[in-house]
Design a protein around this ligand. Structure first.
Ligand code: GL7
Length: 829
């Protein structure tokens, strides 16, 4: 309108692209301003870290400008919006990513260099934002990047944990966990919104009143906590659109509990109030199991309540009633973690907005979509009914109401099949009654989404079979993806430049299908030469990092063979280690002359184990014990090294992935819902050695299975093997390497005993014994290919060329079109 600040500013100052100038000279001045007044430090004397802080503030200023323009435009256009609800986001570092997405990379590099700083060194000062565990959380972050880049009117909502994922410290080969107090030196990226805050209630009682012949529920809480918003701008690439990731922090409530201040115990009252903050204090470090802990439930509810109050408030700001709520809003549940949002939306619309149950039920069923990231029924979240009833009494009533209605409808459809009714019920009966959060999410969402084609098959045939048979049309899959901005442009700048040179354009950075254009050059000698040069530089960077963190010197001529991801039995890091032991054993037993034929390897493993996961922790220790022996054996030298990279996180991944020749993805078929690490390696021209599982199946289709090293039992074989009680004979080599571990060849005999038992005969649930022979064959094939530099480089180029389909841009576009029904809304300023 005419009162529009932008229009006025425009008339007065001609500010087409904002207040701030982005040439190197203006950037320099702004950086120095922030050094002097924000950091604050003398502009004549500041170090790399202070330069980073000042730089970050200048970037944030520019982000804020774009953020305002984008949000104002969204408000004016009022498109359907997506709200992405996730308890975890692994954002990693922001500086390089933001500067690149905004298109100021060269200007910043120049500005800093004139001040005597190196952009890369300055960027490395930033601590990772690690508000998540693993693939699920990093995938959320990639999706935010794609949503912004594709101009979708979307916001993310999450929790602002004070302590992110623990830092892994290795002492004597054992994992120790240390708190990650990432906010210690401040967080220049966030905008604290003291005025955007909501009261979140807990405990108490529900009173029923009849007003005008209608029953109203009045929830009188026993505890109240304030949720305060912290906004994190997310810039798109090649667009001014900048979306928001709003994270909630818990603060003591302002109004509540004044009583106790009159009782005289002032000090204790203040201290007790402070307990409110514990809700958003710490991220739970288990990546796939949550056993009904009260604090976790509080976190979940705190998060969804604040988010939904905010969403409803924003909607009401520009709409007279709730009639078109579901035409204007899509709510995405990232796994079951935020599923209480369903009950919370019902509570708000019924109890506070006084809409009728049926109206609200219709709205709920139209707005929610639910992506599940798991394959195992055992790891589906359950909440004890008693716990829920005590913490959220009104929500328990609502859940019972939903379930009653669902059960009545279901009986009409399937008759009195009591077993099936019991399986599908949202309430699990038994000694300890529980809420099945997945069932709730399925019943109340219009769409249930798997994260790869294979994952959807498992959902249909196993995990959610009953529901699939009832509502086949609800089920879809959207194969995961990773953003090429972070995983090529930011982390592999040399490869990025090389690709652009050969494609003659940078457009692949937002139109990643163009990468297929590399296919026709895969055998070109001059591309191959440049490709090898880039890969070697990346290996050098990685080698330096390895030397610095583990003291092991590695040869750049060796194959860098990498497995980085959370440590899990199903991901089979143990299979990798047993393979390394086998390789070592072979080298030890070789005639001197034969050693010339050994292809040198550097085996690199990294990843965190959940603090309570004993088997995973033993695998980490075994890695160190084996490394100790191999790396110090003069018979082996450069032919084989084993390295554990400590404290694996997003920024470590950015360094390791571009330097890897081979990457391993070893999950037993049927256990990895998707996997996204495989995609990042693929983009960077790293060859895959992998089982046919999750998204790797689709990668093999796109790339051609001959261009990777595939091994292991297929899904249907796994089922058959397990049915036969795993009565498979493991090969002799397997028995031999297990014996070496068990007999104490690497020391710690007693400690590793139970680890060996996990893969012994009928215990071997993940089929390490069965898959060992084909694993070694795949490894041998990789060795053979590596010696043929021309062939290897061709396969490497083809890998990058095949990675377009695995961009999160494609994933997001599919969600937008088929699930959320949202359209791009590009800020024209
Ligand atoms: C996961 C899956 O295990 C992983 O295969 C998938 O790529 C990811 C994103 O969809 O989600 N599920 C899960 O609980 N975690 C994952 O990484 C922690």
């Amino acid at each position: 309108g005419s009162g529009d600040g932008k229009a006025k500013a425009e008339r007065m100052f001609g500010l087409m692209n904002g207040f701030l100038k982005n040439d190197p000279y203006s950037l320099q001045k702004d950086i120095l301003d922030h050094v002097e007044f924000t950091v604050p430090r003398s502009r004549f004397s500041f170090d790399d870290f202070e330069a980073y802080q000042a730089c970050a503030h200048t970037v944030k200023d520019r982000l804020i400008e774009r953020w305002h323009d984008t949000q104002m435009y969204f408000k004016r256009k009022d498109p359907k919006r997506l709200y992405f609800l996730s308890l975890e986001f692994l954002m990693g570092r922001s500086l390089s990513n933001s500067v690149i997405n905004m298109g100021f990379q060269d200007q910043y590099a120049e500005a800093l260099s004139q001040l005597g700083f190196d952009f890369e060194v300055v960027a490395e000062q930033e601590a990772d934002a690690a508000l998540g565990n693993g693939g699920l959380a990093r995938f959320s972050a990639c999706q935010m990047d794609s949503l912004a880049t594709l101009d979708y009117p979307a916001w993310g909502y999450g929790l602002r944990y004070q302590y992110g994922l623990f830092r892994q410290v290795i002492i004597d080969g054992y994992q120790h966990e240390q708190p990650d107090y990432w906010l210690n030196f401040g967080n220049p990226w966030e905008i604290e919104r003291v005025h955007v805050s909501y009261a979140v209630k807990f405990h108490g009682t529900v009173e029923e009143k009849t007003i005008d012949g209608e029953v109203r529920h009045d929830w009188v809480p026993g505890e109240m906590v304030e949720a305060v918003a912290y906004d994190n701008p997310i810039p798109g690439y090649g667009t001014r659109n900048t979306i928001n990731l709003r994270l909630w922090a818990a603060k003591p409530s302002g109004e509540y509990d004044m009583e106790s201040f009159n009782t005289g115990d002032y000090i204790n009252s203040v201290v007790n109030r402070q307990n409110a903050e514990t809700i958003s204090n710490v991220l739970y470090p288990d990546d796939r199991s949550h056993q009904g802990k009260e604090l976790r439930l509080k976190q979940q509810y705190f998060f969804v309540s604040a988010s939904l109050q905010d969403i409803v408030r924003r909607f009401k700001d520009s709409h007279p009633n709730f009639e078109n709520f579901s035409e204007k809003i899509a709510l995405q549940l990232n796994d079951t973690h935020p599923s209480l949002a369903i009950a919370e939306l019902m509570r708000i619309l019924i109890d506070e907005e006084h809409l009728k149950w049926n109206t609200v039920w219709k709205i709920v069923c139209d707005v929610f979509s639910f992506t599940t990231h798991t394959v195992s029924p055992e790891s589906l979240e359950k909440i004890p009914v008693d716990l829920l009833g005590s913490l959220l009494p009104r929500h328990l009533q609502i859940l019972y109401d939903i379930n009653f209605k669902f059960m009545e409808d279901l009986k009409k459809k399937i008759g009195l099949d009591y077993d099936r009714l019991a399986r599908m019920s949202i309430i699990k009966e038994g000694a300890v009654k529980q809420i099945r959060v997945a069932n709730l999410s399925i019943v109340c969402s219009h769409t249930v989404i798997g994260v790869s084609r294979a994952h959807l098959e498992l959902l249909k045939t196993r995990v959610f079979k009953d529901f699939y048979e009832l509502w086949p049309e609800k089920f879809q899959y959207k194969t995961n993806g990773a953003t090429q901005r972070r995983w090529i442009v930011v982390s592999n700048p040399n490869l990025c430049a090389l690709i652009s040179r050969w494609l003659g354009t940078e457009s692949w950075i937002h139109n990643v299908d163009l990468l297929t254009g590399l296919r026709e050059h895969a055998a070109d000698a001059s591309l191959q030469q440049d490709w090898q040069k880039v890969r070697r530089m990346n290996k050098m960077r990685l080698a330096e990092y390895i030397e610095a963190t583990s003291g092991v010197t590695v040869s750049l001529d060796a194959m860098f063979d990498v497995q980085i991801k959370r440590i899990h039995e199903y991901k089979r890091q143990l299979l990798n280690l047993l393979g390394v032991i086998h390789r070592y054993d072979c080298i030890k037993n070789m005639e001197k002359g034969d050693k010339r034929r050994v292809v040198p390897r550097v085996c690199i493993i990294g990843g965190k184990a959940a603090p309570g996961y004993e088997v995973a922790k033993k695998i980490i220790k075994l890695c160190h014990a084996v490394a100790e022996k191999i790396n110090n054996d003069p018979d082996v030298g450069d032919l084989l090294k084993l390295v554990f990279i400590p404290d694996y996180n997003v920024s470590v991944a950015e360094l390791v992935i571009p330097g890897a020749d081979l990457s391993q993805h070893l999950s037993t078929a049927g256990h990895e819902p998707s996997g996204t690490g495989n995609m990042k390696f693929l983009m960077n021209g790293c060859l895959l050695l992998a089982t046919q599982d999750g998204s790797t199946i689709e990668i093999a289709e796109e790339l051609g299975v001959d261009n990777m090293f595939s091994f292991g039992a297929k899904l249907h074989e796994v089922a058959a093997l397990r049915e036969k009680g795993l009565a498979v004979k493991a090969p002799l080599q397997f028995a031999r390497v297990i014996r070496m571990v068990r007999d104490g060849y690497f020391g710690h005999k007693d400690y590793f005993k139970s680890l060996c038992e996990t893969v012994d005969g009928s215990n071997d649930f993940y089929l390490l014994g069965h898959d060992f022979a084909s694993y070694l064959e795949a490894q041998a094939a990789a060795d053979k290919a590596f010696v043929d530099k021309e062939k290897w480089t061709r396969m490497s180029i083809l890998s990058t060329a095949a990675s377009g389909r695995f961009s999160s841009d494609r994933t997001i576009q599919e969600y937008a079109e088929h699930t959320w029904g949202i359209e791009p809304c590009r800020c024209p300023f």
